[in-house]
Every structure is written in C-alpha cells, then in structure tokens.
Design a protein around this ligand. Structure first.
Ligand code: SF4
Length: 339
C-alpha cells in the first residue's frame, strides 16, 4: 500500500466515461479516412484483411493522428496495409509458440516465477503488428468461472511470485472485475507482485480514473504497469497526466516499444520517445524486435538496422534512458538481449 495522497489529475466528472469511448471505437477504414480527411479512394482496398483482424481505433488516439497525412506514424500502426496479405517465410500465426505454454485456458506460463493471465480478449485498439492477432482467444475464455481455474493454477504453483495481467488489454476490464481479481489473488500468499501490460494510458487516458488508482494503491501488491508506446507523438498531456496519477498511486511505470518500420525506425524518434517517457515518469524498458507474426512482415526492421539505432541512442542519451533491445525467441527461458 502507498500512503502518498497526491490528488489524481484525471477525474472522470467532466469527461465522457471511458467505457463509452471504448464502446464507440472507430471500426472501419472508411470512417477513419473521413475523420482524418484522407482520400479513401486513393488507398488500396483492404476490406478482405480486416475480416480476420478488424480495425479498431478509439477517439483519443485518433486525436493524436495528423489530419490529411496517410503516412502519419500513429496511423501506420492501426491502418491495414495491403502488404498484410503477403506470405513471408518464417512468419506464422503463433510466432512465439505460445500454444506450447498454455497449460490451461486463461494461463500462459513461459518464465520462471511469473505467470501470465489472459485477462480478456478485448483491446481498445487493434495494432496491425500485434503478435497475438491470431491468438485463439475463444479457447481461453475470460470471465469469472474461467478465472477461478486460472487462480487455482497459480495457487498450486508456489514458485509464482508475479502475476501478469495481459490479453487483450486488461485495463479494458471494468474496475469491479479488476477489484475481484486483485482480491482473489491477494489470498494467494506467494504472489507479491502484479504487473499490468496495457496501451490504455495512450489509447484512452481517461481510463486511469480515481477508482482504478485507489484500487492499485490499496492493494497489498507491488504493482508494475508496463505501458506500450511506440512513438513520442502518442504521449500528449492527457497521457502524461494519467501516468502521473498512476505514479502517485505507487505504481512503477515502465515502457516497452516495438521497433516498427515506417513508424519509429529512426534514431531521432526513439530518442524523443525515451525523453518524453521519462518526462512523464515512465522508464524506457524494452525496445522489442517485432515478433514474426503472419501479416506483420512489412513492419520488420533488420537486426543490423536495430543495432545501429541502439548505438545512436547510446551516443545521445544517458544510459538510463536507453531501453534494452530484445527479441523473444520461442522456447527460451528469458528474452534475448541484443547488444
Ligand atoms: S493493444 Fe496489445 S494486445 Fe491489443 S492489439 Fe495492440 S499490441 Fe495487440
């Protein structure tokens, strides 16, 4: 528990409830183009691609995208590209072979001491490079009944100290669900840390409301929130306020980015990202090489170029602002750090 009583800057009273924003995400490329003043007819037809992985963009993220610019780095992350249809050798539906670490529905157990809960299949946004874009969520049902079985798994394995809430995005769950889960996990003595992997402070900063902060502040856990931000343009004042509110609630804030061609594969962008994260109270943590997911090959940055970018960051930033460049290799006992 943290006794810090700094007021929470995000208060929902004057804002539409975050659930309403979540329910009204933009779900077609036509609407996206109309709102962004982009000529849809000038772009290739991507309707077949969105059947497998639909478009999803919440209004606060839309507001960060530059109007009239089809090359905007934020738009690139959410707008389907015709290249998704191309087959690429070595790219698959399950690039991390997670099915081999799915001992029962709702649980992924890859690394020692940590278990990951598939808290929900829902996200506020659909990132076109997502390594779980083909994940069999229907075999991993969320909901309290499914979760009870997951909690039993954690209860029985006393080596699990840390529970990672993932998905989908766990902060798309209502506070009442999170409260129930936190309570249930608090009855498992060997769990001391909770980690939340989320894009919500970037996508819908209003989600970081007073009730959520109080829930996290009042739990008995050390809580870590791993933000997923890829570009400094994503970090506006509202996102910074949300991060400050979490920090005031005693949450440790880290960021992981994915290195993406056409989005953030230049040194200046990555340097500004680290600086803006730190200004908002978030430590740059991981810079991931993209997982080789089917449909995402066009986002790949080569190891050579990634190394050059890391070197440029090291030359221009203090060491604590340089994230670890990592790749996840299926079957390895930890992430692989590239030097
Ligand atoms: S928010 Fe995370 S889980 Fe959801 S689509 Fe984006 S990368 Fe995938």
């Amino acid at each position: 528990m943290n006794s810090n009583s700094t007021p929470h800057p995000i208060v929902t009273d004057s804002l539409p409830p975050w659930q309403e924003i979540l329910a009204n995400t933009i779900r077609t490329t036509d609407k996206l183009c109309r709102l962004l003043e982009i000529d849809r007819q000038a772009l290739p037809d991507t309707h077949p691609l969105v059947r497998q992985f639909p478009v999803r963009v919440p209004a606060p993220y839309l507001a960060k995208i530059k109007k009239g610019d089809p090359e905007d780095p934020l738009l690139q992350q959410v707008f389907p590209d015709i290249a998704e249809a191309n087959e690429a050798p070595g790219y698959s539906a399950d690039p991390l072979q997670e099915s081999a670490h799915n001992p029962q529905p709702g649980i992924l157990h890859k690394y020692k001491g940590r278990a990951l809960l598939i808290a929900t299949s829902s996200c506020a946004v659909h990132c076109r490079y997502c390594f779980r874009r083909h994940f069999p969520y229907s075999d991993n049902p969320p909901g309290k009944e499914g979760w009870k079985t997951s909690l039993d798994y954690i209860r029985q394995d006393t080596s699990i100290q840390e529970v990672i809430f993932s998905g989908g995005d766990p902060l798309t769950l209502p506070d009442s669900y999170l409260q129930w889960y936190l309570y249930e996990i608090s009855t498992i003595p060997h769990v001391t840390r909770i980690r939340l992997h989320t894009r919500l402070p970037v996508m819908i900063p209003q989600r970081i409301n007073k009730r959520l902060c109080e829930l996290l502040e009042n739990s008995r856990f050390q809580t870590i929130l791993v933000l997923h931000s890829n570009h400094p343009q994503e970090l506006d004042d509202e996102t910074n306020s949300a991060c400050q509110a979490l920090k005031a609630a005693g949450v440790t804030l880290l960021n992981q980015s994915v290195l993406l061609k056409g989005v953030n594969d230049d040194a200046d962008t990555l340097i500004r990202l680290s600086e803006r994260l730190f200004a908002g109270g978030v430590m740059p943590y991981y810079l991931h090489l993209m997982d080789r997911v089917e449909g995402g090959a066009h986002f790949t940055v080569s190891d050579y170029d990634a190394g050059r970018l890391l070197a440029a960051m090291q030359q221009n930033l203090p060491g604590y602002l340089v994230p670890k460049l990592v790749r996840e290799e299926p079957g390895e006992k930890s992430k692989t750090v590239l030097l």
